[in-house]
Design a protein around this ligand. Structure first.
Ligand code: C2E
Ligand code: MG
Ligand code: MG
Length: 687
């Protein structure tokens, strides 16, 4: 065996190069190293083993085995490696039989090693597979347990069904939410839980989901609990797919949001309803009106009835707001009943204003209005308190939806209401476009009323009260006039009622009182009559105002007469106004009952009021037929009435005497004083 020291360096490098080429030819990178991280590259190590040729069979086999081991260790296991290694060994300078042994040992060693490695790898794979299977089973068990835990104790309702809609599983929360047991659920299908008010979209989404076209959808949906009440849920439905993406299950998860929903509904209700009466409010009414006006057919008709309680402010002021509120609530209930009967929509706009929407208008709209008005006929009973009578005026407008807007419609209804108010209380007036201009006047009046005293637009006209006995002047009546800058002179009939409904009558009344006293001082007449509204009698300062006005002008109290109307007696159960009159009478001021005979009071009722004089209403004198006057029976009654008044110590004045016949008549029935155009028209003092 030649010693390594004998080989020269050039030969070694040649051998290394040869191994390198052989490996490259077998598709192995020549710089590959052994797996143990050897510092030397494989060709160098192969050259190291093969540089000393063996001189015996065992040495040859040893060399072959060593070469195989090196190759295997470097993962050079491909069959091509063995072929090229065997070829290279064949070129080494050694005895042919030994070459064959080296080659055989190399090939065998390589094959065995490859086999061993394969077996080892298979074993490892097998072990890994077993471990993986064990782990997967465990993971499955864990996830199943986790799922059961989640499913069973979830605070949300969970239901699982197949894609045919059969219910397979429901958790406890869902059973609680719906009131059905698991068995009862399983007897049902998903579609059985449809609600008649569900949005169509929900069931479209559902169909798409079970058909596999949609993986998930969320919505808010109501269900009916077994006992009938509504359960609101936040619902999320998702699709579970199996092999080949085939839809197999649907999973519904729902959160019970009934409470939130109730709260939301309550807030919604509060925003759209009046808290006192529970009726829909203005906002909801306008919304309904807008929808009514978007009717697809422009010729479709819509009607609005605008209803306002007559003199309701007076109820509030005289009986207090608590009573006022109770009356409004009762009124709302009655109106709602009347509106319901006609399928109409009633809302409270503000204070004592109500509005009714009729769509499509009933063929007898006047019947709707009549029913609303008569609903208020009976007095409102207030258990412990005196009952309150209310009545309402109604403005009605009916138009085609194509011809109007919400604003126009409401304005027209409002105008009609004003016309109704102007005609007197408890009236129903249908909107008439030609009347608009005239009604605009009453709008102007209402708008301009506040501040009328401060602007100095008021004036008084005086009409003589003639003593029938001798034609002397009993006194004068001060009659209010408003010099309106645009509308000219306005008579009190046009604005006093409006002033009474607002508090404007108080400063106006005070102005009349002072002005009448000032004018009296001029000495043209001995006494003055002023008209006072019942509203003024409720004013805590009225008595003081009267006393001060008299004192300021140095007048005797009996130079002033205060005319009040029968409505004083109608303030049932409220002694306030009568007490005020008592205080005035005590002061020495004379009290006159005006327009007697237009109300419903009788002479006996008059005894409750401290009275000095009585004015018989003009209509009383004229009778029902103005041409012929009262018939003999009426005249007898009138004569008796005057006699009775005299018995009560009252001075009797006849009003509205326009003709000589009427003058003769009032004398015949025994009146003391007369007033009317027959004697003189009301006149203004020069400024
Ligand atoms: P009244 O107190 O009954 O006043 C009489 C009304 O009859 C006056 O109308 C007067 O102009 C009118 N008149 C007088 N003679 C005749 C006649 O021969 N024939 C006819 N047809 N009418 C006649 P006026 O001035 O328009 O007043 C209307 C009502 O307004 C008054 O009725 C009174 O209730 C009220 N009023 C007048 N001034 C005041 C006031 O200062 N304060 C208050 N609160 N009301 C007033
Ligand atoms: Mg009068
Ligand atoms: Mg009168």
């Amino acid at each position: 065996m030649t010693s390594p020291e004998d080989g020269d360096a050039g030969r070694d490098r040649g051998l290394e190069l040869a191994w390198s080429q052989a490996l490259t030819a077998a598709g192995i990178r020549s710089d590959v190293r052994g797996r143990a991280g050897d510092s030397e590259p494989l060709p160098h190590r192969l050259a190291g083993v093969s540089r000393v040729c063996p001189d015996s069979a065992p040495a040859a086999e040893q060399m072959g085995a060593a070469l195989a081991a090196l190759l295997i260790e470097a993962d050079a296991t491909a069959p091509a490696v063995v072929r090229h290694a065997v070829l290279l060994v064949g070129r080494l300078p050694m005895e042919e039989s030994l070459t064959a042994r080296v080659q055989a040992a190399l090939a065998a060693g390589h094959a065995v090693a490859v086999q061993e490695r394969l077996l080892a790898q298979q074993e490892a794979i097998h072990r890994a597979a077993i471990t993986a299977r064990d782990r997967a089973e465990e993971a499955l068990r864990e996830s199943e347990a986790r799922f059961r835990g989640l499913f069973g104790q979830a605070p949300v309702g969970i239901g699982i069904g197949d894609t045919d809609g059969r219910i397979l599983e429901v958790n406890e929360e869902l059973q609680r939410m719906f009131g059905y047991s698991l068995a009862e659920f399983r007897d049902r299908r998903v579609e059985d839980f449809m609600h008649e008010d569900d949005a169509a979209q929900i069931w479209q989404d559902y169909a798409a989901l079970v058909a596999g076209e949609l993986d998930e959808f969320r919505t808010e949906k109501r269900y009916r609990h077994k006992d009938g009440h509504i359960v609101w849920t936040n619902l999320s439905v998702s699709l579970v797919r199996g092999a080949g993406d085939r839809p197999i299950f649907q999973v519904a998860v729902m959160e019970d949001v009934t409470e939130q929903h109730r709260l939301q509904e309550r807030l919604q209700h509060e925003a759209t309803h009046d808290s006192l009466t529970g009726l829909p409010n203005r906002a909801l009414f306008l919304h309904r009106l807008d929808s009514a006006l978007t009717h697809p057919r422009p010729e479709a008709r819509v009607a609005v009835l605008f209803l306002d309680l007559d003199g309701f402010k007076f109820v509030n002021d005289s009986r207090g707001h608590l009573v006022g509120d109770r009356v409004l609530t009762a009124v709302a209930g009655r109106l709602a009943e009347a509106a319901d009967k006609h399928g109409a929509f009633l809302a409270r706009l503000a204070g004592d204003e109500f509005v009714v929407l009729v769509t499509p208008p009933a063929d007898r709209l006047d019947q709707v209005a009549k029913d609303l008005v008569t609903a208020l006929d009976a007095p409102v009973e207030l258990d412990d308190l005196q009952a309150v009578r209310v009545q309402a005026s109604v403005g009605v407008v009916e138009l085609a939806v194509g011809d109007t807007t919400a604003g126009e419609l409401l304005r027209a209804a409002d105008l009609a209401l004003h016309a109704a108010k102007a005609e007197g209380r408890g009236r129903v007036v249908l909107h008439d476009p030609s009347r608009t201009a005239r009604q605009l006047t009453s709008f102007t009046i209402a708008m301009d009323l506040p501040g009328v005293v401060e602007r100095g637009e008021l004036a008084l006209a005086y009409q003589p009260l003639v003593r029938l006995r001798d034609g002397g002047l009993h006194g004068v009546e001060a009659l209010l006039r408003w010099n309106h800058p645009q509308l000219g002179e306005l008579s009190p009939d046009l604005f006093v009622r409006m002033a009474e409904e607002s508090s404007a009558i108080i400063p106006i009344g005070r102005w009349v009182l002072r002005r009448a006293c000032t004018d009296l001082v001029a000495g043209y007449w001995p006494t003055v009559n002023i008209n006072a509204s019942v509203r003024q009698l409720y004013s805590p300062t009225f008595i003081t105002d009267v006393r001060q006005a008299l004192e300021r002008e140095g007048l005797r109290p009996d130079q002033l007469r205060i005319e009040i109307t029968e409505s004083v007696i109608m303030q049932e159960g409220d002694a306030g106004p009568i007490r005020a009159l008592g205080a005035l009478a005590d002061l020495g001021v004379r009290i006159v009952m005006d327009d007697f005979g237009t109300g419903y009071s009788n002479l006996a009722a008059l005894r409750r009021v401290p009275l000095h004089e009585l004015k018989l209403a003009g209509t009383f004198i004229k009778g029902t037929d103005p041409e012929r006057g009262p018939d003999p029976v009426d005249l007898t009654i009138l004569t008796t009435l005057v006699e009775l008044a005299h018995t009560l110590g009252l001075v009797v004045t006849a009003e509205g005497v326009e003709t000589a016949e009427q003058d003769a008549r009032v004398r015949a029935i025994g009146c003391d004083v007369a007033q009317g155009w027959f004697y003189d028209r009301p006149i203004r003092l020069p400024d």
